[in-house]
Design a protein around this ligand. Sequence first.
Ligand code: BMA
Length: 841
Amino acid sequence: MEITAEWRLQGYDIGQVPALQLADAGLDDRFWMTAKVPGCVHSTLMERNLITDPYFGHNDINCRWIENKEWWYRTKFQLDEVLQKQEKLELFFEGLDTFATVFINGLEVGKTANMHRGYFFDITRVVKSGKNTIAVKFDPLSLHHKDKALMQWSSYTKERPWIRKAAMNYGWDWGPRMVTTGIWGKVHLLRTVQARFDSVFAQSLSSSSQQASVQVSVDIKRFSSKQDFVVQTKLIDVEGHIVAESTNPVQDKRTTCLLNVTNPSLWWTHDLGEPYLYQLEVVLLANDVPVDQYSHSFGIRSIELQVQDDLGNDAFAFLLNGVKLFAKGSNWIPVDHFIGSAPDKRYTDLIELAVDSHMNMLRVWAGGIYEKDVFYKECDRLGVLVWQDFAFANALFPDFNADFMENVRQEAIYNIKRLRKFTSLALWCGNNEIDWLYDMKSADGDITCPFYGETIYHELLPELLGELDTSRPYWPSSPYGGNDANDPNVGDRHNWQVWHGSVYPRKIGEKTMLDYSIEGVTFKNYKKDDTLFSSEFGMHASANRYTLEKYIPEGQFYWGSTEMAYRNKDTNHQKGILLMEGFTGIPSNIEEYMSYSMLTQAEGLKYGIEHYRRNKIRTSGSLIWQHNDSWPGTSWSLIDYELLPKASFYYARKFYHPLLLTIDYGPESPIVLWAVNDRLDAYQGNVELAIYHMDGTLIKRQEVAAKVTANSAVRLGEWEENELLGDIPAEEVVVKLSAEQWDCFDNYYYLRDYRLLRLPESSLVAHWNGEQGTLHVQANDAVARMINIQIAQGNVRMSDNFFDLLPGESKSIVITQADGFPLAIDTIRVNALNARAVNLD
Ligand code: BMA
């Protein structure tokens, strides 16, 4: 039973009122504020108007006092009947942030010290029939790390290595410091007769389209040593038919059931097939009487990580049901700084958007949390693989301390058991960037101590996974493998040459180098990267206008304002300017900043990802840094905090489409035409490469009869620029790729950087069709570059945005508001980089 009763919340100075007084069942808490659970102190204070929105302006700084207080939550629950002799009552917290002391009816039942795990308390002996009081005290973090030695390295703050809490709470390079506290997960009462399930874990031992063998391992927590228990297991298909079942006696605390399924429907990512889910039903019986039941979806599939291909070459590729796939996706950070109060819908929205942009993998990044169940449920349902980091990011961790290691061990056990039941989970990864940066920082002399934390990723985690989940691969860190850990020839790689200007190649032990120049940070450097798997790379882009205007104080919405700068938490703001300087030119006002940064990010990612995809088979994945934002800032995200996609998101829909037409080009290089096919069907037909003058005149049309086998990248033709352009300057043309008989997007290219183009003025006509919910846009006079439809509203979905049209071409865009609000049609504004904003006609 989930406790959904109202909670009360109050803050005190440390020790201001004795704990026993505040925990006392008789305390009159009527004058405390009411609080939602799950939630956090910040969001409660905000709802009660006791603080102003911490995301607005500099308000986050005004809220820092929250982290120095002691916070108390209280509620009551009713127990109608007295517990029988054979019964147990447990209180289960899914998430406590972070140092909590739990009291029942004034009696302390235990303490917690880890945000990243759930806690069970046996409260059988302290409850009574009638009303019972739960009180939870949260300590300020400082009490728990003030006596601990600082680690030599811990990015963004020195406080965090000893504390098992989401690292990003202390601030990161895309978000401010907001140290949350409170009950961030659901709270349950478990009333058990004799025994309950501790864990149910189903895994496919073997699977093919003819036969699958599914093993269900069941662990129980027994409160009676004498009773015999039996487990009944059923696997049910979507029509409700039982496809396999088994009944097994429990030996001590454990049993294993085997289910054989003939002609199973396999679980696939949405791009390769159907994410088919069976329902697994498990019942625990004592003397034929059910004492616990479990129900969860389950997909039959195999997942492998190939680190060497059939020819013995190094590889880093996921094999789903034996199919080597190209992982297309992004890196996931917490959906909100206030993790506990973020609604489940936000998860659904963000994962639906991932699918919408043809992503098949999301990486849950180490500096956030082990995500809520809803995240994995949605990935299972929608067919998106999950790369799961353990929560260790960019720091040394005190693995020499026994208490710390026991805390980490319990955290890992809890999360492995919680998450292993999800079909979408494809990989466990030990940490973010720690092995790589330890070496770099040691080489630079910034770290002189041993690699503290090493035993977690290289001993503890693999050992625990060996016991608890061998059904999916483990990778010690990201990036990892080779010389150095960011080697393109071994393992995965983070490409931070682009944006952060890091200089490569580099070998273990060599000093690090940064190149803050246009050439150093440019996205053109992606083409030098023939990595096996690019698990992080990206560039900043502005949030959408609606999002910025909502959170920026009046008079500050201009390029160069203090408040605009405050949105950007990255070190060295020059990097973004350098990128734009090289590609679009430096913006001179906020309009230009929004569109230039969005264009640079979108074109930069397109440039890199199309390169990675052409390199398919050697390169097997690209995960963009980063999918989402946890507050309204300026970052690498594709989707801003108000769930409004940036230009890069709409570009992703095209460059991540399973069937891609692409050219490799450059001022000094020939134009090489490619088709990339991630699907398991072959394609045959004509591919057209057409060169237009910006004014719409056709200069040349080239048709190629193409054959693209399943799961391959094929080079279709090569031409020197002047063969196609004649004497028309490259600055004046647009290239359009299309294949009429194929289900793929047209693709547009400009052969020179945006700042060099001779782009004439275009004009737009826009018409809203209320019945169909579509906006019809047409371009005239010249190609319209990056047509942008803006609506002053959050969570608006469009079938396309930030697209190009040749003169005379038009497009109908379906527009909806994903929270069900009426569309703010009167705020629609349509413009392009080279076309003035138009009102609807
Ligand atoms: C990598 C990530 C994050 C960071 C991003 C952008 O280091 O793992 O830590 O936010 O790059 O700098």
